[in-house]
Design a protein. Structure first.
Length: 424
């Protein structure tokens, strides 16, 4: 019998399966609200769209696009759009659900959504990339909007792509709707601090977790998987605080240096040649060796499902900071807990990006823009308050931070669900 995608039966080892088991773990802490928990186990709405474009050589190519609105109990849908050749509907379902948990965990007035196009943007010319973006935006235009669902950047998407999305939506509705997407360029209603916000949030939550563990950041050894907007910014902030970045992995390979990699040189080279372009500054090792490089802090900041049970067994880290969404599979979570490794989960650790997206959206509506200090002070405060509240919940129930984050977030979501009631 062929496998059929259903909301409630995930395919093997899928991010959606990981998410569902994370929800199962929180049920004992939900009290009477557990009655509503099924609402979290299926998306509210999922749209699949065909994205046809004329390529530079005159042929017509078709790509598959998705926008999933997982939950809108607490506010409009919110979440990024990723361009990746392996994107699937089921993956986007998981990513949208993690946005629901994330926005509730940091108490932003949003639900959760996510989008994606199954395309390798590295194989497109700039013109083809623009066409794919605009056609996709037009197709999902029937469900997005400044008050209904607000996309943002994610893997392989950036401010230019957000500008095209904003323009396409605006032209279709006949106005200029800056609030329809966040992560826009600065002169198009973007916000200062947005580009670095996710990496900054990883740093702020990581610094606080290290403090509570009694770990000195000066001299701490850090391994970073994924060296894009999240991993590289977090690495720079930790290095500024005195830590040594001893291993970095990206799609080109893995580079290690036990004395610490020179980020001032590595970061610009990685933008064009990938991290292995910096051969002069470290040793290139097989990718699997990344996971047993001696380190104190591990930052998975790439894609889902990277921290497997086997890798969780190998790592020497005492602290894991989830810069990526869904990097740790449930069995690895159990192994890390048994081994006394603290995990700051994605839904709080990488929430800095959507937090500054929220600031951007608020600034767009008020047409009044804040300076960068104000953004960063507010971001740090929101991240710290959320983390402290989650930490207290974890201590109270003697549960891992992930389950505590889900307990805090799911209570907020399901309370809103209950108060709104079922209609029609
Ligand atoms: N893509 C980012 C995330 O996974 C940001 C989403 C947003 O700003 O809406 O959290």
């Amino acid at each position: 019998m062929s496998e059929q995608l259903s909301f409630v039966s995930p395919t093997a080892n899928s991010p959606w399966g990981t998410y569902l088991s994370q929800v199962d773990r929180v049920v004992p802490y939900l009290g009477p609200l557990a009655r509503w928990v099924e609402t979290l186990k299926r998306p509210k709405r999922a749209l699949i769209v065909d994205v046809p474009i004329e390529m530079d050589d005159g042929t017509i190519a078709h790509f598959e696009g998705y926008r999933v609105q997982h939950n809108m109990s607490r506010g409009p849908g919110k979440g990024g759009v990723r361009f990746h050749p392996d994107v699937t509907l089921e993956e986007v379902m998981a990513l949208s659900a993690w946005m629901t948990i994330k926005t509730a965990a940091v108490n932003l007035p949003y639900g959760g959504a996510k989008g994606g196009i199954r395309v390798d943007p590295k194989k497109l010319s700039l013109q083809e990339l623009e066409k794919v973006t605009r056609r996709y935006t037009s197709e999902i235009g029937i469900i997005i909007g400044p008050h209904t669902d607000i996309p943002a950047p994610d893997v392989n998407t950036n401010a230019q792509i957000m500008a095209w999305m904003m323009d396409t939506y605006s032209m279709n509705v006949g106005g200029t709707a800056t609030g329809v997407v966040t992560g826009k360029p600065l002169h198009l209603g973007g916000s200062l601090g947005r580009v670095k916000a996710t990496g900054r949030g990883v740093f702020v939550t990581g610094r606080e977790a290290a403090r509570r563990l009694g770990m000195d950041l000066r001299g701490a050894r850090i391994a970073v998987q994924g060296f894009g907007n999240v991993g590289s910014v977090a690495a720079e902030l930790f290095a500024e605080a005195g830590a040594k970045i001893v291993a970095v992995q990206d799609h080109t390979g893995t580079i290690v240096n036990s004395n610490g990699l020179d980020l001032a040189k590595l970061v610009p080279i990685s933008r064009t040649d990938g991290v292995i372009g910096f051969k002069a500054g470290g040793d290139i090792v097989p990718n699997e060796d990344f996971w047993n490089t001696p380190c104190d802090i591990l930052i998975p900041a790439a894609l889902e499902g990277q921290l497997t049970a086997e890798r969780a067994q190998k790592t020497t880290a005492r602290l894991v900071l989830e810069g990526a969404n869904g990097p740790t599979v449930p069995q690895a979570d159990d192994i890390l807990a048994e081994r006394g490794v603290l995990v700051v989960p994605d839904v709080i650790c990488n929430a800095g990006g959507v937090t500054v997206s929220y600031f951007e959206w608020v600034q767009d509506f008020s047409s009044f823009f804040w300076d960068e200090d104000e953004i960063n002070v507010r971001l740090d405060r929101i991240m710290m308050n959320a983390l402290n509240h989650i930490w207290d919940t974890a201590d109270k129930h003697k549960i891992p931070l992930r389950t505590a984050t889900y307990a805090v977030a799911c209570e907020r979501i399901l309370m809103a669900r209950q108060e709104r009631g079922l209609y029609p």
